[in-house]
Ligand binder design. Structure first.
Ligand code: ATP
Length: 702
């Protein structure tokens, strides 16, 4: 629980009074403007000008007592003339998220509120500026309260002191939180204000030291306070990254939870605003590797007023692009494929082999059928595949050759349905009602894998164009998981536009596709992209970051992220048997859900099979969901999921239920995946093991 302090200081009381009065002024000004817009909507500009002249004439001959009312009418009419009567006003429920007061050296003070819609009412002393383009926003993001600032706005130098810099939460029109430097105030459910201590805010609400042995730091209690808008919290490094020109490519790097997605999506918002084309969102695309992150990105885009931007997973994007490029309504996809073949098809080592094998073949605009046949020739050529394995330098094992050849041969077979054409349906009826080829190797006949689509598109590009609509900007999040083939197709969609944002972290690659940033940028045609490296870790507390670095071992970057906040120690729990371990987790989850019904918890297993097995232990508990296809609801409760589904996501609590040597062996791939799972925790992490503990974890302390 956040313990209220006894009584508020005079400084805190003055601050609350000032901010509440300011919000009151903003609401009145917005209400008055909305009423004026309503009253004058539909009136032609000429009528307004005429009315203004009349009022001025009246004022010259009016008696003194009538003057205030006349001046008021003049002001109103002028305000409407200056402001388009249909111009969008800030949303009164959340009109702004920050307050800045600057005292210039020459002595004048000026107040600015930061929001998403510009609004000025000079008479009421209200000025809301748009964080995306107002030059003064640079002062807000670049300086702290009390700092001297010095900024050039055009050719004018502005100097002074940042007198006030406050983050605010306004919920349904009510001010509920204020943060001014180290002073943090919160409105209680009863409507009073209390001061919250900095440590309790950082640790998620509990404010008391929590033993590693108990799960729960109070983060998901009833009545958890709304968060400050992340737009208000962007740090100077992140804000600077957003200043990259709209038509330039940008690579955003940084450790897990450093704000790469945040920067990429805010850049999208800024570019949309700068280009100011109403139809633009349809030409913007966010592409991410997995469904879970696609869903999260959509949620994050909503408050940035980018609901219409298309967010696609690599698979859905490749499928839609292939359908358009090959003029097909549907493409039959296999429902089952060997993991090793899928890895081979994404590996950069395949590219030179594919190019060499197919480079000699000249055909003008080959069809899907022809390209598929040519690709299959390579994928069934054992000598060519052996070259790919050798060039992968240990990333791909030799059995990948057999798996790929066998699988491709099955896909090349004529579908049984086609062979059986002409037979009477009754002769083909099966006992279980399924089609004759279902669940047999024949089910693969005539299909392609999702991984084949980028390869086929890449091959098509060798001979012709894609024929898809050009993109104005593309965000590629978790870009370390994009294959060179996918990047080359995105490059074609961007065309001459080089406007794109790649966000990534080489430590988080969970597939075999990463070829290194220089190769990725070259494939995308943006070798010279500006690169920013975000250095502050926001999501994870220090104990979690330390464990994540330990797990990476020799792969860990030299310097740890900066400014990690303190947090609860990681809980390590070892049991002789899995059954005991899981019963212990079940009881802990039950207890946690009772105490903190608003908490978000992820149980992240090493594989979908392990997630399914664990789920059986808790499937009778309400608020527990098995999520294996990325269909996260982001509701409070427990998501039982696997490591392949959670890239880019975050949860209050994370439990790793199978931290065994078998699930997490000493390989680079396991190190990176375990690191991804660990860094999803924003408050507390539990690592559960049974039998032989994973050697990637620190030795238990005796
Ligand atoms: N400047 C900031 N101040 C406070 N919180 C921030 C800031 N920047 C980002 N965050 C928060 O940190 C968390 C992680 O941000 P984000 O998901 O953008 O990181 P990421 O680098 O993309 O993570 P990952 O590598 O796991 O994909 C989010 O909750 C986000 O709102």
């Amino acid at each position: 629980m956040n313990e209220p302090k006894e009584a508020l200081s005079a400084q805190a009381l003055a601050l609350i009074a000032e901010e509440e009065a300011l919000l009151g002024r903003v609401h009145s000004a917005l209400q008055a403007t909305a009423a004026r817009q309503q009253a004058l909507r539909g009136q032609p500009r000429s009528a307004l000008l005429e009315r203004l002249t009349e009022l001025r004439d009246e004022a010259t001959s009016a008696v003194e007592s009538d003057l205030p009312a006349l001046f008021q009418q003049i002001d109103n009419t002028r305000a409407v003339l200056e402001r388009d009567a249909s111009a969008k006003l800030p949303e009164p429920s959340t009109p702004y998220f920050a307050h800045l007061r600057l005292k210039r050296h020459e002595g004048t003070s000026q107040e600015y509120l930061l929001g998403r819609t510009t609004f000025t009412d000079a008479q009421a002393g209200v000025r809301i500026i748009d964080w995306r383009y107002a030059p003064i926003a640079r002062v807000f993001y670049g300086y702290a309260e009390g700092d001297d600032y010095e900024e050039w706005f055009g050719d004018r130098l502005s100097e002074g002191v940042v007198e006030a810099r406050r983050l605010l939460v306004i919920e349904r029109g009510v001010l509920t939180r204020i943060r001014a430097g180290s002073l943090h105030l919160e409105r209680t459910a009863q409507g009073d204000w209390r001061e919250v201590s900095a440590t309790s805010v950082l640790s998620g609400g509990a404010g008391t030291a929590v033993r590693a042995g108990s799960l729960g730091v109070g983060t998901g209690e009833e009545g958890r306070a709304a968060r400050f808008d992340v737009t208000a919290q962007l740090d100077a490094e992140q804000f600077e990254a957003l200043q990259t020109a709209a038509n330039e490519p940008l690579l955003v790097l940084g450790s897990a939870g450093s704000g790469k997605t945040t920067v990429a999506l805010h850049r999208l918002s800024k570019i949309t605003f700068e280009l100011r084309a109403a139809s633009l969102p349809s030409k913007m695309k966010v592409i991410v590797p997995e469904e879970g992150l696609a869903r999260l990105s959509k949620r994050l885009l909503a408050p940035l007023e980018l609901r219409n931007v298309s967010v696609e997973t690599l698979d859905t994007w490749a499928y839609a692009t292939a359908c358009t490029a090959f003029g097909m309504k549907t493409i039959p996809l296999s429902s089952d494929k060997p993991a090793l073949a899928a890895r081979l098809k994404r590996h950069p080592a395949l590219k030179p082999v594919l190019e060499r094998q197919l480079g000699k073949r000249k055909t003008k605009d080959p069809s899907f059928k022809i390209l598929r046949k040519r690709l299959a020739e390579v994928l069934t050529d054992r000598t060519a595949l052996a070259e790919v394995i050798a060039a992968s330098q240990g990333d791909l094992p030799t059995p990948a050759i057999d798996d790929t050849v066998r699988h491709t041969m099955l896909q090349l077979a004529t579908p049984l349905a086609k062979e059986l054409e002409g037979y009477h349906p009754e002769a083909l009826a099966t006992i279980d009602g399924l089609s004759v080829e279902d669940s047999t190797p024949d089910a693969l006949a005539g299909t392609v894998d999702a991984e084949d689509l980028p390869l086929l598109l890449y091959l098509k590009l060798k001979y012709s164009e894609l024929g898809t609509d050009p993109l104005a900007h593309a965000v590629l999040d978790e870009a370390e998981d994009f294959s060179l083939f996918e990047l080359s197709v995105v490059a074609q969609q961007l065309g001459k536009t080089r406007s794109c944002t790649l966000a990534g972290d080489e430590m988080q690659q969970t597939t075999t596709s990463f070829a290194g940033w220089p190769a990725a940028l070259a494939e995308l045609g943006v070798k010279d992209a500006a690169t920013v490296r975000l250095s502050v870790s926001y999501r994870c507390p220090r104990p979690v970051i330390e464990l994540a670095r330990h797990v990476l071992g020799p792969l860990a970057p030299e310097s740890p992220p900066k400014n990690a906040r303190d947090g609860v120690p990681v809980g390590f729990h070892h049991f002789p048997e899995e059954a005991q371990a899981w019963l212990f987790v079940r009881d802990s989850l039950k207890d946690l859900l009772e105490r903190e019904p608003k908490a978000s918890v992820a149980v992240i297993a090493s594989s979908p099979e392990a997630a399914r097995a664990f789920h059986k232990v808790v499937d009778d508990m309400s608020g527990v969901r098995l999520v294996l296809e990325g269909d996260f609801s982001f509701e409070p409760g427990v998501d039982v999921t696997d490591v392949e589904s959670i890239k880019g996501l975050e949860f209050d609590y994370v439990i790793l239920p199978d931290a065994t040597a078998r699930s997490w062996p000493q390989t680079d791939e396991a190190r990176r995946k375990l690191h991804v799972a660990i860094t999803r925790a924003s408050h507390q992490l539990w690592v559960i093991s049974s039998g032989v503990r994973s050697r990637l974890l620190p030795a238990p302390q005796s």
